[in-house]
Design a protein around this ligand. Structure first.
Ligand code: ADP
Length: 160
């Protein structure tokens, strides 16, 4: 079985992530979306919330499953028999870091990384920007799934 993984923090999932997930799901038998459990980054949503929102948003794809990882993604790949990591590239600024990661992961475990270029509609879109704009009352309804939008508004109201 050809299996790939899309790893990320998905705090929260955006239409940019979903565009990559949907396109990658057409290329592999199974696509695992792996939510990072690393608690050290500044998160708005808990691991459970991020996972739940992703499950809801990817339910339309028959061959997409949502899982979690902690530590090295290549270790996750070894355990789950995943051959390929899929990453979305938005801009040249993503490239430097992603190149290093891809080379490191290949060196560590022989796992390949495939890069998909962002849909130009979403090339400016990141979870952190969505959170920032939503915090200051900006309209992000066209950038995230409806359920994420509702949850963002609740969270912003609760913290303001
Ligand atoms: P972010 O960088 O938005 O905080 P993640 O760590 O959750 O998000 O990112 C997981 C993966 O999704 C990364 O490979 C990232 O490049 C990709 N990605 C995020 N947003 C987009 C987008 N708008 N278009 C294409 N790929 C994206």
């Amino acid at each position: 079985m050809r299996r790939a993984v899309c790893p990320g923090s998905f705090d929260p999932v955006t239409l940019g992530h979903l565009d990559i997930i949907g396109r990658a799901s057409l290329l592999y038998d199974e696509l695992v979306v792996a939510v990072g459990m690393n608690p050290s980054k500044n998160r708005l949503f808990s691991f459970q919330e991020r996972t739940e929102l992703l499950r809801e948003a990817t339910a339309v794809y028959d061959n997409v499953v949502v899982d979690s990882f902690d530590g090295l993604i290549v270790e996750f790949c070894r355990q789950r028999e995943v051959q390929v990591i899929v990453k979305g590239l938005r801009a040249i600024s993503d490239f430097d870091y992603e190149l290093q990661m891809a080379q490191m992961n290949h060196g560590l475990a022989g796992v390949e990384t495939m890069f998909m270029t962002t849909n130009p509609l979403y090339s400016f879109l990141s979870s952190s920007l969505v959170k920032e704009v939503a915090t200051y009352g900006g309209d992000v309804s066209g950038l995230v799934p409806d359920a994420v939008h509702r949850r963002l508004l609740e969270r912003v109201r609760a913290t303001s």
